[in-house]
Ligand binder design. Sequence first.
Ligand code: PDD
Length: 279
Amino acid sequence: SIVYLNGEFLRLADAKVSVLDRGFVFGDGIYEVVPVYKGVPFRMHQHIARLQRSLQSVRIHLEYTEAQWQALVEGVLARVDDSASNLMVYLQVTRGVAKRDHAFPAAVEPTVFCMASPFARPGKAQREEGLAAISVPDTRWLLCHIKSISLLGNVLAKQAAVDAGVDEVLQFREGYLTEGSSCNIWVVKNGVLMAPEANHLILEGIRYRFLAELARNAGIPFEARPVSAEEVNDADELMLTSATKEVLPIVRYNGNPVGTGKPGPVYALLRASYDRVIE
Ligand code: PDD
């Protein structure tokens, strides 16, 4: 497959980055994951806006306009062999290549990388039977609103789920829900949809706004507010959202059934609305 690296379209095997790249040495960079349905990137404008915010937050100066990002992504999509399948676009910018020193290098060109991979939407089993999750302490840093490639905390959290034989973790900081390892978490109680506010403790997913919009259109009340561990234990429904998981129900939590132990009615409504928009 063909990828974009620093102004060139190359075969994946020919795309090479120096071992002194600060992404490799420090995890000094940011990224985006954009789902592409039937050849059309979903909510591209919002992904690019978040990418620009991430760059600004970590003070990587890159003069790419939205139109340039769009052209770059379209360039990669135009070179995909299997354009019939749904795709996932991965975009990454690192501070660039420089002698190892924690401080920003004086003159450095950011490394810009983009690839598209086939992406299988969540299957019937996950959608209809749901997922299992456990709770873990959120051990990450305090700038989780930045879509940083420094993902060790997220990687360790996800592996805790794998080691426990479940699909996902719910992370908690000082007794309050933050998010999953690479997804946002939603809680339903008495017909009200809740999620932690989008502050520095979580990544505001592009699907965070999308799901809140779908809820509003479906007449489901939505509250963005702190959600305690007790409220999660007591939830009628739990679900998660991300670019690759879309929206999925969590039906087992810390070994217990969530609500009835089956995907609930709020999930069913949101799932159906979600599908109507993208199909
Ligand atoms: N992850 N929270 C975290 C920590 C994430 O990494 C992600 C996305 C989300 C959901 O954001 P969105 O709806 O924009 O996908 C929330 C991507 C998919 C990843 O790292 O692969």
